[in-house]
Design a protein around this ligand. Structure first.
Ligand code: NAD
Length: 500
């Protein structure tokens, strides 16, 4: 249905002329080798843009200038209020550009425009503002010591921070990384994911427009194995702030070990359990929220609640309820239509990977309650997959152990609270978990016993800027969003003064 609101987003998409060149030292330029990356709309298969594809030479140029600007102090030693003002203005410009930023991510990765407007853009604005306002809330200290000495501890920026981001929340993940790094006074080189570079390049322009000095925030799109690797190996870079898969996260530690032992913060994959205990009162409302925690953003969410652990006594009713809610609410459609709740997967290769997991689950003996295939919407280039739920899953199956990163959930029966916690923790990942119960004591006990970085009780994926975002185990060890993220972009210096 072609509503007025629907046409509005298509008009913006047709009119947008995105920046496609690298940003180095305040100048937009082609990649030195002239290469480009094709960005393809996964809802249609149409070309969105050809984007400059940086290689190691471009990354080196960006890191050189970032290091030079850091040493010059144009940002790292700028008067504090001025830095705060520029970052606040940056957050305002992100808000003022919200329609274009929303459209760029939707065109490149297929996220429903309604989600961009409700979650990603406001999340980016809030993060930038929070980090700007937090700059003078972190402090060193001056511990008491001997009468003939003064000891104080400074917190100082690191130098150059390299940020490497994934495609599933292109704008928001970029801001989660660059905001604390810039606020702490570092220079930044951002390497966005191959499929989604356009909002990152616009962020670069907005930083300059806000008054950010040239060369402090550089954006170099390019291939992970080339540009990403060069950034993570750069001797100029003091920290890599990485969000992405566990496999590539491991590489970050190797690169650091092989080069200058730079700090690494890694936000990695997940296979998060949502535990439903037998005492829940309103099973239908819980089922609805569980479907939201699984199918939002097409399931391309690190913290997607993709293992649904349900008490055996309510298992069958619960499967029907989740399936019903999913079928009613999550119908894949045109992501530029504001009514759409589920878009395509990011690209053909990823669609194939998700379909392979679905086929593998069938072969392992799991039963699809809904979905289980691709959707051939419009054209061969479209990358849609049906919302899919498997029942009768054993936690040892591949579908329960590995991150699918698509709209695929596994319902696993449990035999009570202890069994549920055992199954929940039987995973190499430890990003997030949910627990649904009317028994407060049980809820807090389960939260304490779960091996993961974030737990939601009677809710899923809600939160605010104070919430440390990050995981345990193979989900990585970094923390985004919170004050700690800002502190993690600084290092301590101990100064010992002899008074006599
Ligand atoms: P990915 O690991 O394939 O890529 C992430 C980034 O790393 C991209 O920019 C990519 O170009 C780059 N890269 C790839 N190979 C590289 C290499 N050899 N050297 C250096 N850089 C390289 O991940 P993805 O497919 O873009 O994103 C999905 C993954 O991200 C999922 O596993 C998801 O769970 C995870 N994720 C985690 C969080 C979190 O907060 N924990 C948030 C969002 C996404």
């Amino acid at each position: 249905m072609d509503t007025t609101a629907d046409r509005r987003w298509h008009s913006i998409a047709e009119a947008v002329r995105p920046e496609t060149r690298l940003l180095i030292d305040g100048q937009f330029r082609a990649a030195a080798n002239g290469q480009t990356l094709a960005s393809v709309n996964p809802a249609t298969g149409a070309l969105v843009a050809n984007i400059a594809c940086g290689d190691a030479g471009d990354i080196d140029a960006a890191c050189d200038v970032a290091a030079k600007r850091f040493r010059q102090g144009v940002w790292s030693r700028m008067r504090l209020r001025q830095r705060v003002d520029i970052l606040i203005r940056f957050s305002e410009l992100i808000a003022e550009s919200s329609d274009i930023l929303a459209v760029l991510d939707t065109l490149e990765m297929g996220k429903p425009i309604a989600e961009m407007c409700a979650i990603d853009v406001p999340g980016a604005v809030l993060t930038m503002r929070f980090m700007a306002e937090s700059i003078d809330k972190i402090a060193g200290s001056a511990p008491l010591t001997n009468p003939d000495a003064l000891h104080y501890i400074l917190r100082q920026p690191l130098g150059v921070v390299g940020c490497i981001t994934p495609w599933n929340y292109p704008l928001m993940m970029a801001v989660w990384k660059i905001a604390p790094a810039l606020a702490a006074g570092n220079s930044v080189v951002l390497k966005p994911a191959e499929d989604t570079s356009l909002s990152a390049l616009l962020l670069g322009r907005l930083f300059l427009e806000a008054g950010g000095p040239d060369g402090v925030f550089n954006v170099v799109p390019g291939r992970g194995a080339v540009a990403g690797q060069a950034l993570a190996r750069s001797m100029h870079v003091e920290k890599i702030a990485f969000t992405g898969s566990t496999a590539i996260g491991r590489q970050m530690y190797r690169y650091a070990a092989d080069t200058n032992l730079k700090a690494v913060s890694a936000e990695l994959g997940g296979k998060s359990p949502q535990i439903v205990l037998a005492d829940v009162e309103d099973l239908s409302s819980v089922a609805e929220k569980i479907a939201d925690g699984l199918f939002g953003n097409q399931g391309e969410v690190c913290s997607a609640g993709s293992r649904i652990l349900v008490d055996r006594s309510v298992h069958d009713d619960f499967c029907d309820l989740v399936a019903g809610h999913a079928a009613r609410k999550y119908r894949p459609g045109d992501p530029l239509d504001p009514e759409t709740t589920m878009g395509p997967l990011v690209n053909k290769m990823h669609q194939g990977r998700v379909l392979d997991y679905i086929e593998g689950a069938r072969q392992d003996g799991a039963t699809p309650v809904i979905g289980g295939g691709a959707i051939d919407r419009n054209a061969g280039g479209a990358c849609f997959v049906e919302p899919t739920l498997f029942a009768g899953v054993d936690n040892r199956m591949k579908i329960a152990q590995e991150e699918v990163f698509g709209p695929v959930g596994a319902i696993i029966p449990h035999a009570g609270v202890e069994d549920a916690v055992r199954i929940a923790n039987d995973s190499p990942y430890g990003l997030a978990a949910g627990v649904w119960t009317c028994n407060l004591g049980k809820a807090h006990r389960v939260a304490r016993d779960l091996e993961c970085g974030m737990v939601w009780i009677n809710g899923y994926m809600n939160g605010d800027m104070s919430q440390p975002w990050g995981g345990w185990k193979l989900s990585g060890h970094g923390r985004d969003k919170c004050l700690q993220a800002l502190i993690d972009n600084t290092q301590s210096k101990s100064v010992w003064v002899t008074l006599d």
